[in-house]
Design a protein around this ligand. Structure first.
Ligand code: ADP
Ligand code: MG
Length: 228
């Protein structure tokens, strides 16, 4: 039985990549729970399996073995449609490279996740504008990504991640490309989200990021490093 109180539960999860004749064991037996309202930082050296772990938690990839449950539902039992719905409604993703669509305005980028929901176009645009206002970009809604600074682009990406009111933000090195002032602004937005009782899992090299989290998990060679 999956723990229905846990937002995310991994049990002995492994992920093996096969590239040609080479086998890479990126994640080697990780068990982990994230509770509702948790703010977890995942730290570890480059190549230790952090991004792979985040892809697994976010259901962007499937484990080679072991189980993953989100909100008590085993992900392996869900259909593709159910998985897509879970990803789009419950999880907001934030990446180091922002991953915005270049030809689209900030407003259109933030509107994107709403295209799969009901509601009129004017309602979608109203919500997208409101979310951009919340991240401090009300005067930049018509700008395209290349007309924005890195910090502004990441704020657009966060607005996009939050537009469907997810339970969980998954962020992979969200401040990795930002100056310290912009990093602080991003972390302040995460704090606001966390204070609403929502959950965050953030992968980071940055101790300042980890200090905002409620707990830090360390990973090395695809395994959790037990606290001393
Ligand atoms: P981190 O995010 O901690 O730097 P990753 O999860 O990106 O680590 O990578 C862990 C290991 O898995 C590395 O050895 C990496 O080369 C390998 N890896 C990651 N993604 C793939 C992939 N799609 N195909 C093959 N190997 C991969
Ligand atoms: Mg990585």
């Amino acid at each position: 039985m999956a723990d229905s109180n846990a937002l995310v539960e991994l049990r002995d999860v492994r992920k093996t990549y096969q590239s040609g004749s080479l086998t890479v064991e990126a994640v080697r037996g990780i068990s982990l729970k994230v509770q509702s309202g948790d703010y977890v930082a995942i730290m570890g050296p480059s190549g230790s399996g952090k991004s792979t772990l985040m892809h697994l938690i976010g259901c962007l990839d499937v484990p080679t073995s072991g189980t993953l449950a989100i909100g008590g539902d085993y992900v392996g039992t869900l259909s593709d449609d159910e998985l897509a719905e879970l990803r789009s409604k419950r999880i907001g993703f934030v990446f180091q490279q922002f991953n915005l669509l270049g030809p689209l305005s900030a407003l259109r980028n933030v509107e994107l996740p709403l295209l799969y929901t009901n509601g009129s176009r004017s309602e979608r645009l109203r919500r997208a504008e409101e979310m951009l206002t919340r991240v401090g970009l009300s005067s930049h809604i018509r700008h395209r990504p290349n007309e924005l600074s890195g910090g502004q682009q990441q704020r657009v990406a966060i607005a996009r991640a939050l537009i469907n009111e997810p339970d969980l933000i998954l962020a992979d090195e969200p401040t990795g490309n930002l100056d310290s002032q912009s990093s602080q602004e991003i972390l302040d937005l995460f704090d606001e989200f966390h204070q609403l009782g929502r959950s965050i899992v953030v992968i980071t090299h940055d101790l300042e990021v980890a200090e905002r989290a409620s707990r830090v998990i360390r990973i090395r060679d695809g395994m959790l490093v037990e606290a001393a």
